[in-house]
Design a protein around this ligand. Sequence first.
Ligand SMILES: [Zn+2]
Length: 252
Amino acid sequence: LKVMLNEMSWVEAKRYFMKNDIAVVPVGSNEQHGPHNPLGTDHFIAREIAKRAAEQAGVVCLEVVPFGVSSHHRQFWGTVHVSARTLKKYMREVCLALNYYGVTKIVVVNGHGGNFAVLSELARDLRERGIFMAVFQWWHAAGELLPELFTRDERRHASAEETSVNLALRPKLVDMKKATDEKVPDHPTEGAGNTVPLDAVDFTKCGVYGKSTTASARKGRQVLGAVVTELARQIRVLKKMKMDDLTAKPRV
Ligand SMILES: [Zn+2]
């Protein structure tokens, strides 16, 4: 079995979809990740985790959706963002296109926190249409599975954890000589229980939140190993489940 849908012929795709009702869809963003990481960090990582887990679980993986909801990084050059409404509509149409071939279970592997709100909204909408969509976020999984591997300051945007995964996947695209540690102070408008619409540039000069210089390929491989194994397990569980147990229940 080929794992990437875009590498299959339609005949191979038919063979897969006739027997399987599940697919993996990675989504990321194209946004600044400090002076040392590539703009594609979020979609490179999402694609690779999705592909490896799909391979382990024996299911098909789509090409990554590279643009996400990241206007809060736009002051840093090269950030290409779409609105929440656009991403939701786009992802919905991708899911419905898969549904035409009988896919009713979709695992979205999200590489960018800013996409989460619309993805979880979409998951609720789709459940009403008989499609069960799970949203997996690798950094949350890593925090739970490997709590000791990084400090809180190393687990933020473009900091050591993300940089480590980049070093494990695409070392040529990371320039550790430019890695920095930047203390990210609280903004005066921030306080307990509130949310304010601030941009990355309100906090950071170089684009890194926290500490990135402690990154290493070894730690990155550790994260990938743990996260891919867990995601593959979740996919296998979903693959086996009956749709009757996944669709929204009727009134009691
Ligand atoms: Zn990122």
